[in-house]
Design a protein around this ligand. Structure first.
Ligand SMILES: Nc1cc(-c2ccc3ccn(Cc4ccccc4)c3c2)n[nH]1
Length: 265
C-alpha cells in the first residue's frame, strides 16, 4: 500500500518511522510519503491560510496550495521519468494511471470504525489531507471528487487542532491490518470490534507471567489448560466488559444476534 500525507507539519509523522509501521516500510509493505503543503506556496511567507468568507473566528486554509499539491502528488502516482515508474499492482501498490482514495480528517466527517479501517486496508493507495486552522476551503474536496473518491472522516466527537493526529490514528489502524505488518503472534483477528472469536465484543482482561504479583493472582482457569473453559471464561469476561463499558453496543449486538448471547455454552 502507498500512503501519501500532505501536511504543514511533516515532523508530526516521525512516529511512522518506529515499531511495526517502521518495519513494514523497511520491508516494502508500506510506502509512506510525506509532503509539506508549503512546497506549493509561492509567496515570501509561504501563506496557506486566509480569513473566512462570511466572517467568523480563525482562518481557513486556502484552496490554491491544496489544489497544486494534490495535482502534483496524484499526478506523481503515475509513471513519470523523474519519479521512476510506479510498480505494477501485483503486490498491491498503485500502477501507472492509478487513482488514490483521498481521506480528509474533519470533525464533521463520517465515523471512522474498525470496519472502515478494514475497507481502507484493501485500497492500493491512500492520500491524506491534513487540515489546520478552522479547516480547508470546501472547494478542495469538491474539486478532488471530480477525479478520485474522497472520504471525510471523523475519528471521534471531539475537536482536534488539526488532521495530523487523526491521520496517525487512521494510518496505524489500517496498517496493522495489512498482511505481514503484525507478526502471527499479534493477529488482528482477535481485536475488539473485529469480526471473529470475540464477535465484536470488547476485549476482556489479559494476563502474563508471573502467576502471582503483588498479591494479585491470574484467574486459575487461565492456568488450567482446559481450552474450552478458557474460551467460555474469555467470552463471559468480554460480555461483562461490554455490558459495563459499552451497554449500547451490547444492545445493538444482541438485536443483530451477533453477541452470541443465544449460545448455550
Ligand atoms: N475527529 C476529529 C477530527 C478533527 C479535525 C480534523 C482536521 C482538522 C483541521 C482543523 N481542525 C480544527 C477545527 C476544525 C473545525 C472546527 C474547529 C476546529 C481539525 C480537526 N477533530 N476531531
Amino acid at each position: 500500500m502507498r500512503i501519501d500525507i500532505i501536511t504543514i507539519f511533516p515532523d508530526y509523522f516521525a512516529p511512522l518511522e518506529l515499531s511495526l509501521i517502521g518495519k513494514a516500510r523497511a520491508a516494502g509493505i508500506l510506502d509512506i510519503r510525506l509532503h509539506d503543503l508549503r512546497s506549493w506556496t509561492h509567496d515570501r511567507h509561504n501563506t496557506v491560510d486566509d480569513t473566512p468568507y462570511g466572517g467568523g473566528p480563525g482562518m481557513v486554509m486556502k484552496p490554491e496550495p491544496w489544489g497544486e499539491a494534490l495535482d502534483a502528488v496524484i499526478g506523481a502516482g503515475r509513471a513519470t521519468p523523474d519519479q521512476g515508474s510506479s510498480p505494477d499492482t501485483p503486490d498491491g501498490t498503485p500502477g501507472p494511471g492509478a487513482v488514490p482514495r483521498l481521506v480528509v480528517p474533519t470533525p464533521s466527517g463520517t465515523p471512522f470504525t474498525q470496519e472502515r479501517a478494514r475497507r481502507l486496508s484493501e485500497e492500493p493507495w491512500l492520500v491524506f489531507a491534513c487540515g489546520r486552522y478552522e479547516g480547508i476551503d470546501s472547494r478542495v474536496a469538491a474539486d478532488a471528487a471530480r477525479r478520485m473518491p474522497v472520504e471525510e472522516v471523523s475519528i471521534g466527537d471531539y475537536v482536534l487542532a488539526g488532521g495530523e493526529s487523526a491521520t496517525l490514528v487512521i494510518v496505524e489502524t489500517v496498517s496493522r491490518l495489512l498482511p505481514g505488518v503484525l507478526g502471527n503472534a499479534e493477529s488482528a483477528v482477535q481485536d475488539s470490534f473485529a469480526t471473529g472469536a470475540m464477535e465484536n465484543l470488547l476485549e476482556g482482561p489479559v494476563y502474563t507471567k508471573p502467576a502471582h504479583w503483588r498479591g494479585l493472582e491470574v484467574p486459575p482457569v487461565l492456568l488450567s489448560g482446559d481450552h474450552g473453559a478458557v474460551d467460555r471464561w474469555r467470552r463471559h469476561e468480554a460480555l461483562r466488559k461490554t455490558a459495563r463499558n459499552r451497554p449500547e453496543l451490547l444492545r445493538a449486538l444482541a438485536e443483530a444476534g451477533m453477541a452470541g448471547l443465544d449460545r448455550r455454552d
